[in-house]
Design a protein around this ligand. Structure first.
Ligand code: G3P
Length: 218
């Protein structure tokens, strides 16, 4: 499973990169706004800065909602760097745009996915990645992991090559369960990635090893 970090914060991206396990970055308009990145020129510069930090797929989301404008904006984003993946919302215009990008050799990430039907449509359009938002599904008292498993089954049965990118990850257990359910990629807050390393028995065991070593060696 690939690991992406889900943030527009350059320090967090650098910290995730330093772990040596990072395969890419996803952002969205909310994450960009959270970092105070506003205005088209600044947003584009920020995407370029992320591409300089991480040699992997970097999702850049279109703001346009109609087909023609999505194509125009997506092409501009793709021209920023060879690693840019154009992130397109799951709408009818979005599906048409994904087909156009696919036919023109531009990678896509279909975002805001909440159902298996949407997953089938995006795969038929040739999306490179599909982003089911599992945390937001859980927020609705449904089961986000169950959705990942259902999509993974369908993609296997049908032979679709679209990669399932589990998004809206909220904690380390989401990552473990998404891996188990068949996600190809997890995009996570840095805190959830770091949380995977934590276990109280590791801390207790390490403290004992060091204490025993000190006792024996002075
Ligand atoms: O990857 C999508 C993510 O950024 C949304 O997360 O926590 O706002 O549902 P959240």
């Amino acid at each position: 499973m690939k690991f992406f970090v889900d943030t527009a914060n350059l320090d967090q991206i650098k910290e995730a990169q330093a772990l040596g396990i990072l395969d890419g970055v996803t952002t969205n308009p909310s994450l960009m706004a959270m970092e105070g990145i506003i205005g088209e020129a600044n947003i584009k510069e920020h995407y370029k800065a992320i591409c300089e930090l991480v040699d992997g797929d970097i999702s850049a989301e279109v703001i346009a909602t109609d087909y023609e404008s999505m194509i125009e904006e997506g092409q501009e984003l793709a021209d920023l760097h060879e690693n840019i993946v154009v992130k397109v919302p799951m709408t009818i215009d979005g599906i048409k745009a994904i087909r156009w990008f696919t036919d023109n050799g531009i990678k896509t990430n279909c975002t805001l996915v909440f159902s298996a039907g949407q997953a089938i449509l995006a795969a038929k359009a040739g999306a490179t990645y599909l982003s089911p938002f599992i945390g937001r599904v859980d927020d609705m008292n449904w089961d986000g992991i169950e959705l990942i498993a259902q999509i993974a089954d369908i993609y296997t049965i049908q032979g679709f090559s679209t990669q399932i990118l589990a998004a809206s990850i909220r904690n380390p257990l989401h990552i473990v369960r998404a891996a188990e359910a068949g996600a190809d990629v997890c995009t996570c807050p840095l805190s959830s990635i770091l949380g995977l390393a934590k276990h109280p028995l590791t801390d207790i065991g390490l403290a004992k090893f060091l204490a025993d070593h000190k006792k024996a060696n002075g």
